[in-house]
Design a protein around this ligand. Structure first.
Ligand SMILES: C[S@@+](CC[C@H](N)C(=O)[O-])C[C@H]1O[C@@H](n2cnc3c(N)ncnc32)[C@H](O)[C@@H]1O
Length: 282
């Protein structure tokens, strides 16, 4: 997630002057620490705090409020409007779609603001994971087991596989299964209200914008969509050409600068624009 925070969320936050954040699922606060370097005024964390005592960690930062709770319990009582919301909590269809419905019903996202989702690709884009299976109504809970996940195989593995210590849905795909399915179902419920795109690299980043239906904003999102598409290609390119990921241009919202990255731009121009040049590693 930190890579996406550095390459997508922080550049967007700087450009748009985002001041208020809400993070659902913060673990030990690695993304939080990165985002708190921004000049923001409020940062709300919602997490049952299984991994760390986040109230203690952020006790000295007056901008931070920690709700030690599950998202579906905390969101109905949240006040305020956020410029940016990060969703990286319980990775299952029921939790994610209801987080989105609550955010929408309670007006927690400012028009024009964005929600970022981690894990919209394999393994949890199309497969539920349950941190606390008992909190999910049985009619929405997939059959699950503590077994590993193998890419390209719907069934869980008897031996090995990824994330075998977690409660993973026994099948991949189908309705009401996975984080990406939840986001897509929510967007379908609100056709024309949101822009959505995703980065298909690593575990995936979903980007959802609450539209103000302004041409300039939609155009800007279109450019973000291109950036997400280019970034998705970067994994395969990295393997093929040994391009270094840290050199990926961060500023694709300005297409002219980015076009220059496809060709060679001079290092002085690169330094001036702050846009690193695509290079092959030595
Ligand atoms: C993958 S970790 C988050 C990693 C973090 N975003 C980062 O960038 O380092 C998932 C977190 O979600 C939290 N979590 C699990 N179920 C949750 C729920 N129902 N509501 C909110 N947070 C939840 C867990 O306690 C854990 O801290």
């Amino acid at each position: 997630m930190q890579q996406f925070v550095r390459h997508f969320i922080i550049p967007l936050a700087r450009k748009r002057g985002w001041k208020s954040f809400c993070e659902i699922g913060a673990s030990t606060g690695l993304s939080t620490d990165e985002l708190l370097k921004l000049p923001i005024t409020s940062y709300t964390i919602i997490d049952p705090c299984f991994d760390a005592d986040l109230s203690l960690k952020y006790a000295g930062d007056a901008r931070v409020t920690v709700q030690k709770s599950n998202s579906l319990d905390a969101l109905p009582n949240l006040a305020g409007t956020y410029d940016c919301i990060l969703i990286d909590g319980d990775h299952n269809w029921y939790t994610v779609i209801n987080e989105l419905r609550l955010i929408q019903q309670r007006g927690l996202l400012r028009p024009g603001g964005m929600i970022f989702f981690h894990d919209v690709e394999w393994p949890y884009g199309r497969r539920d994971l349950y941190y606390q299976p008992d909190t999910i109504p049985t009619e929405y809970r997939q059959e699950y087991e503590h077994k590993g996940i193998v890419r390209g195989r719907s069934q869980l593995a008897d031996h090995g596989g990824a994330a075998r210590h977690l409660c993973n849905a026994v099948r991949e795909g189908g309705s009401r299964n996975g984080v990406l399915t939840a986001v897509e179902d929510f967007v379908a419920e609100h056709a024309s209200e949101y822009n959505f795109c995703r980065v298909r690299l690593q575990f995936g980043l979903g980007i959802l914008q609450y539209r103000r239906k302004r041409l300039s904003e939609d155009l800007s999102f279109f450019l973000l969509r291109i950036k997400a598409g280019m970034y998705s290609l970067y994994g395969p390119l990295h393997r093929l050409k040994k391009l270094t990921l840290k050199e990926f241009p961060r500023d694709l919202e300005y297409p002219l600068r980015w076009t220059a990255a496809g060709r060679k731009i001079s290092s002085s121009a690169s330094r001036k624009s702050g846009t690193p040049r695509l290079q092959t590693s030595p």
